[in-house]
Design a protein. Structure first.
Length: 512
């Protein structure tokens, strides 16, 4: 069935809710429960601390020249030499394929095979394109049938395709997850408002197919990727990986929860590394392709063990966030008086970038601390790549002086507690630093002094709307980099509320 946005839900339902709730008191990011109350400073880091040493591969086993070589199961990658006693069903099972996929890939019209002949073996992605693997049998319970929690519904795939398309246009509603949420509807509506030729749902459908196809592509994990993936450490268990390994936990389905919800990182572990790298290959691939990690795991439910070099993932068809090349100069463009750039924080939920009067980019943001607000006009200053954070554990909030009771003498002034440490303590740079890979200084329009909070990345893209953290105004790591490359120093940043006038009229939905 061809892709159609209009099969998802009427567009009027997508755009009916514009405001996002503002969280009050919220839990802190794991490991920062006490640290969110301290004063932190942003500092540039040494470029030598960016990237981990690549793991040394184990030496090959010694070769015994007297040993008799055994026949190879394949003459090269992607081939299999049929052995005596083989059957198509056994070969298909060996490579986690179906008989139909093997037959289609090799042009076979029957199940007859001969010893010594060679079969071509498709990759998982090639096999799925030939003939989708049948869904696992539905588990029946006394109360009825229970759907497979890892199955990706067609509606999710179609929604993710639109999200990937919008992301390529620099209109993001957050990590791609295949879900229809109010912020997705708002971004879609405002994008179409600036692209009148795509206001018609049919024209939008055609443009989505032309730009991203079915919305997905593939990515193969490389050895170089492990410069940014932390090696496993004793005591840290990724529940998703454990559950995906049948030997580790037989009978359990792979977890779909993001790492941040499963592993309660300690502050002591955060201050130890020289780089706060990605915790797992899943986390690395999810951020590279602007994807919700739980959704990535659902898309790749066939990966049942810990991903390694050579593992192939199905990923959203976006422009990848290549962390290894993220900081090529210049980070920020030069100001152009003939084509001025301005920006706005809309409803405490989105960063908007305008070129002239045209909205050219939109990306979600959140406040790292409850109560952080702004008003009027601010100014974008310089960008600091690879930031690290320093503290002496000094309390951010000053003690409140108590008012005297009626008829009682004034209480003695409360002494302001000093820093708990005599030297700076650091959170190292890296994608899992609480302020992410990049920091953009901000100032009030009437005072050029940088504020203590700025625009920055995050270590929890899947949860930045729900967890308190360090810093100020956070975006995903891929979005803060895109924002820096759009915003010259000196750009005006307005604080805006959309108000009731933001409601959009219902859109016509053509019959498909």
């Amino acid at each position: 069935m061809p892709f159609s946005l209009t099969r998802l839900v009427p567009l009027s339902a997508l755009i009916c809710v514009f405001g996002l709730s503002v969280h009050g008191q919220v839990p802190a990011e794991p490991g920062l429960e006490k640290a969110v109350g301290w004063i932190w400073r942003v500092e540039p880091s040494d470029t030598r601390s960016w990237g981990l040493p690549l793991p040394v591969p184990p030496p090959p086993p010694p070769v015994d020249p007297s040993a008799t070589p055994t026949p190879s199961a394949g003459t090269q990658a992607g081939e299999y030499v049929i052995q005596r006693g083989d059957a198509l069903i056994r070969i298909a099972k060996k490579f986690d394929l179906t008989v139909e996929q093997l037959k289609l890939y090799n042009g076979l019209t029957n199940n007859i095979i001969r010893a010594g002949d060679t079969l071509k073996i498709p990759t998982r992605i090639e096999a799925e394109r030939l003939a989708p693997t049948p869904p696992p049998p539905v588990v029946r319970h006394r109360g009825g049938e229970k759907a497979d929690p890892l199955a990706v519904a067609p509606q999710e795939l179609q929604t993710a395709a639109v999200q990937a398309f919008l992301d390529r246009q620099q209109f993001s509603s957050g990590p791609i997850d295949g879900k229809i949420k109010p912020e997705f509807g708002k971004v879609l509506y405002l994008f179409q408002s600036t692209r009148q030729e795509l206001a018609d749902p049919g024209a939008l459908d055609e443009k989505v197919r032309e730009t991203v196809g079915d919305g997905f592509t593939t990515y193969t994990l490389t050895a170089e990727d492990y410069r940014f993936i932390a090696p496993p450490t004793a005591g840290r268990v990724d529940a998703g990986e454990a559950a995906a390994d049948p030997q580790a936990s037989p009978g359990k389905a792979a977890s779909t929860k993001p790492v941040a919800e499963r592993a309660r990182q300690s502050y002591e572990n955060l201050i130890k590394p020289t780089m706060l790298a990605y915790n797992t290959p899943w986390e690395f691939v999810a951020e590279r392709f602007h994807c919700d990690e739980a959704f990535l795991r659902k898309l790749n439910a066939q990966i049942r063990t810990v991903p390694t070099v050579g593992t192939e993932f199905r990923v959203p068809n976006v422009v990848p966030f290549a962390i290894e090349d993220a900081f090529s100069a210049p980070l920020q463009p030069m100001a152009d008086s003939k084509n001025p750039v301005t920006a706005a924080v809309l409803d405490l939920a989105f960063l908007q970038v305008f070129r002239g009067d045209t909205l050219v980019a939109m990306m979600p943001l959140s406040m790292a601390r409850p109560g952080l607000r702004g008003r009027g006009s601010w100014v974008i200053l310089n960008a600091i790549p690879r930031p690290r954070l320093a503290t002496r554990q000094e309390d951010r909030e000053k003690p409140v002086r108590q008012a005297p009771m009626f008829g009682q003498p004034s209480p003695e002034p409360t002494a302001t507690p000093g820093p708990r440490l005599t030297a700076d303590q650091y959170l190292a740079p890296g994608p899992n630093n609480p302020v992410g890979i990049l920091w953009i200084n901000l100032a009030k329009s009437d005072d050029p002094t940088p504020l203590v909070y700025g625009l920055h990345g995050t270590s929890t893209p899947d949860q930045m709307q729900t967890l308190q953290s360090l810093g100020g105004i956070r975006l995903t790591n891929w979005d803060i980099l895109r924002a820096a490359r759009l915003l010259p120093p000196g750009t005006t940043l307005e604080w805006r509320q959309s108000g009731a006038a933001a409601a959009a009229p219902p859109a016509a939905v053509p019959a498909m």
